[in-house]
Structures are given as structure tokens and as C-alpha cells.
Write a protein that binds this ligand. Structure first.
Ligand code: AMP
Length: 220
């Protein structure tokens, strides 16, 4: 069990391969802890939608299943976490994804925050099955699984009636590339954070409520 001091801001990092439900858990935690959920993937998708210079650059990498270069990610992320709503802490989803990103975050935080890293673990086979059946709302980003949690009306978001689409990086070919990238570039973060005993692992095979229960147990 990890206890954290309420005096310092809490930075909670959700680590793990794509498709483990980091975004879903981060949203549940955001409501429970009243800390902002910061997803670098969502930030990039906003830039892509607005066709900003960063969005145009990032799109090529994202659609190929590759990581966006560290420098671009770091500029965007550090600007975001300096905003006032992050003063009491924040939940990171999809960042860091490389050792240099983790090192840059450490020097940015300089022991001013309590860090908690939770590794959400799931087998590659399960990830491929989940992501290739995932559709998301174009408008609000809500995810659905076509077999296990389908929308009430096919193609329409239950929450905002937006159109459901398959993310361009959720095709089987790109999912396999993303997994390869995860194993090569992101999985080494497990050893990086384990060294300082900051990391806890949760098996994400069970449903989202069960995973959430286990996450909350780590926060008491
Ligand atoms: P996600 O929504 O977290 O699965 O992210 C979608 C895509 O955005 C990833 O496959 C990467 O191409 C890019 N991305 C998101 N976060 C990062 C990051 N921390 N470093 C590099 N690329 C990232």
C-alpha cells in the first residue's frame, strides 16, 4: 500500500500499454480525486483536429503507430501541467512513454510532488482484441467496445449523440506497431520506476470497476 502526504501535490502516472483502460481509469480518478486528467494522446488529437503546426507534425507519427519525438511531447506537456488547475496535482495518462521523458519529468518536479506510478498490465493478445473492437466518439472521446460495451444505438455516442469512429491508429496493423513500440521504448520505464519503489502493478484483465477498486486501494 502507498500512502501519500496531503501536503504535497500528487502526480499519479498511469503506465501501461495501449488498450489497458488508462483513459477510462484516469477519468474515474479525476472525478474521485478532483485532479485533472492529462492525456498526451488527447492533447495531440485536439491539435490534429485544430490543424495546428504541432498537430500536423504529430499526425504522421501517430497514424503510423510511432511515438511523437520527445521534444514535441515535453513542450506540450510541461505547458499544460503549469496551468493553475494542476497546482494540487494531476493524473498523467500516456506520459511518460520514454526514459528521457521520465527523466525530464523528474527534473521538472524536483521532489516537490508525491509521485505514484501505477502500471496497468494486460497481455498483447487481449490488447489486440480490445483495441480492434474499440470505437470512440468523435465529439467527446468516450470509448466503446463493439462486443462488450456497445453503444445503445449503433454508430452513435450514448453520452452526447456524437458519431462513433475507429481511431486511425486502432487498425490491426497499427496496433501491432504500437505494441512493438511499447515493448521497446515504454516498457523500460517499469524498471526505471521500480528502482525507487514507486511503482505498483494492477492486472487489467478484470472489468473497469474492479480495476478502479484496486487503484483506490493504492491511494489510501
Ligand atoms: P494514446 O491516446 O495515449 O494511445 O496516444 C496516441 C498516440 O499519441 C501514441 O500512439 C503516440 O503516437 C502519441 N503519443 C501520446 N503520448 C505520447 C508520449 N508521451 N510520447 C510520444 N508519443 C505520444
Amino acid at each position: 500500500m502507498t500512502s501519500f502526504s496531503s501536503k504535497q501535490p500528487l502526480v499519479l502516472i498511469l503506465l501501461g500499454p495501449p488498450g489497458t483502460g488508462k483513459g477510462t481509469q484516469a477519468k474515474l480518478l479525476e472525478e474521485k480525486l478532483h485532479l485533472p486528467h492529462i492525456s498526451t494522446g488527447d492533447l495531440f488529437r485536439e491539435h490534429i483536429q485544430k490543424q495546428t503546426e504541432l498537430g500536423v507534425k504529430a499526425k504522421t507519427y501517430i497514424n503510423a503507430g510511432l511515438l511523437v519525438p520527445d521534444e514535441l511531447v515535453l513542450n506540450m506537456l510541461l505547458k499544460r501541467v503549469e496551468k493553475a488547475d494542476c497546482a494540487k496535482g494531476y493524473i498523467l495518462d500516456g506520459f511518460p512513454r520514454t526514459i528521457p521523458q521520465a527523466e525530464a519529468l523528474q527534473s521538472f518536479l524536483e521532489n516537490t510532488c508525491t509521485l505514484l506510478i501505477v502500471n496497468l498490465a494486460l497481455s498483447d493478445a487481449k490488447i489486440i482484441e480490445r483495441l480492434s473492437n474499440r470505437v470512440v466518439c468523435e465529439q467527446c472521446g468516450a470509448p466503446y467496445h463493439l462486443l462488450y460495451s456497445p453503444p445503445r444505438v449503433t454508430g452513435t455516442c450514448d453520452k452526447c449523440q456524437g458519431t462513433l469512429i475507429q481511431r486511425p491508429d486502432d487498425t490491426e496493423e497499427v496496433i501491432k506497431k504500437r505494441l512493438q513500440v511499447y515493448h521497446n521504448q515504454t516498457a523500460p520505464l517499469i524498471a526505471f520506476y521500480s528502482k525507487n519503489h514507486l511503482l505498483q502493478t494492477i492486472d487489467c484483465t478484470s472489468d473497469k470497476q474492479e480495476v478502479f477498486k484496486q487503484l483506490l486501494l493504492l491511494l489510501v
